[in-house]
Design a binder for this molecule. Sequence first.
Ligand SMILES: Nc1nc2c(ncn2[C@@H]2O[C@H](COP(=O)(O)OP(=O)(O)OP(=O)(O)O)[C@@H](O)[C@H]2O)c(=O)[nH]1
Length: 488
Amino acid sequence: MATLAPRAFAFCHTFGLTVWIALAEGSGWSLIGPGLLLLLWPAVAYLHAAGAQNSKRAEFKNLYLDSLLFGVWCGVLDFYVLATVTIGLACLMNNMVVGGLRRMTISMALFAGGALSWSLVTGFEFRPYVSTGLDIYQGAGAVIYLLALAYVMYGQNRKIGRSIVEIKFQNRVFHALLELGVAANRASNIHTLLDDSLKHLHADFPEYGFAVFLQERQRPEVTRYAAVAGLRLGAEDERRLGGLLATLQERQESTIKLREKTDGEQLYASSMAGRLSLYDGWLVVRAPKLDAPLERMLTLFVDQLAAATENKLLHLALKKTAERDGLTGLYNRGFFESALQLSIQGKNQAPSLDFAVLMMDVDGLKEVNDRYGHVAGDQLITTVAERLQVHCRASDILARYGGDEFVVLFPSADIAAANRLASLIRTHIEGQRCTITTANGERLTLELRLSLGGASSSEASAQEVLSLADERMYDDKSERRKQRAAHG
Ligand SMILES: Nc1nc2c(ncn2[C@@H]2O[C@H](COP(=O)(O)OP(=O)(O)OP(=O)(O)O)[C@@H](O)[C@H]2O)c(=O)[nH]1
């Protein structure tokens, strides 16, 4: 405990003073005997503070007791002036430092109370001066005590300074972790997740550079992700990282030195092994040296990045399953219907936004299924889906509505958009050849035929646009059937 040494010095010195006076005045053991208690108190105070649940509070009590004891002892020494002034001041100062004016006033009262009580019990005696030698002894003791106290305070200030630096660093880490969480929530895919995460990390820790590498365990050459912020990796670093990724499973250590840079900085790589179910990866950091706080920070960032990546991969997989049609990869009916509901709301709100729909049905799928098998039918469906995708714009929502039915929603568009796509289909898809493999392995070509029906919210109420398009598609189908029948 920091106060042990100055307190032990102060009480031992006062004991020496007592012995000096006892010898000078011939009072002998009657003064020295009780003075021995002065030697005991620092140990008692130390044990009291060390054993207390709240040692700081116990030490504050000890400081009050110091004032009381010294007050009594100044009375015992008949108020030898230099001792009374220096010891009294030291008590006031100690209490002022830890508790301001309030504590100083209480300490002053305790000191005076102790002195007064002694005078009341034994009678007031005043002997302001003993000898020059004792004055020198007391003055030197006061100086040593003050210097010892200043040294203790210096040590404590340094400790506080270091704690502040550590707390500030931890705050930055905490802030960065929060930002990583926000970036992960906002990101729509793994690339933006890693990019945004590293940008945030670099903004919070501009003194470091970061890079992250992920690759799918089963297909390392196919699925890879990388992001870099505040760091330049040479071809040699990338080659080394590639090698590390390959041997990741056998490595035990979590952070390794990747390369010593020429500018005195170094590159360290922290492994994500065991944190991702389908991926392996490294977080690379450029830093002057790898100390304990940096290592702890890297572990936290690696954990957070890995958890965010894992969650995002799961989220994307679920989203895909929920939104996409398994055979064609187009949006499914559920997704289309929610998008249509949004367009219906958009039309009914002010300012109202029109939308259009184009329904399509592949002609003759049943016959293909019946004659060549369902796998051939599936090929016909996927071919139509692929070719439709070529002619749709990014804003069009193309979905597989049912078995052989497709639909396109044109948000914020009129019937012209549906007519434009219908005419592209008639020109570029209708009558085109499609190669399929039959159930008995034969390859044959079919002609693509589609019935179409478009409608928009400018010609029917928003709720009825889809059924109007559906009706028109069936009209088109009947018309085409009639035409085919007429042509034999
Ligand atoms: N191969 C395959 N066939 C499917 C799938 N979903 C639905 N079908 C079949 O698609 C056919 C759809 O029926 P219809 O619309 O009467 O078939 P169609 O021959 O195109 O008749 P029209 O539309 O009147 O020209 C049925 O035979 C369904 O079994 C699928 O995912 N794969």
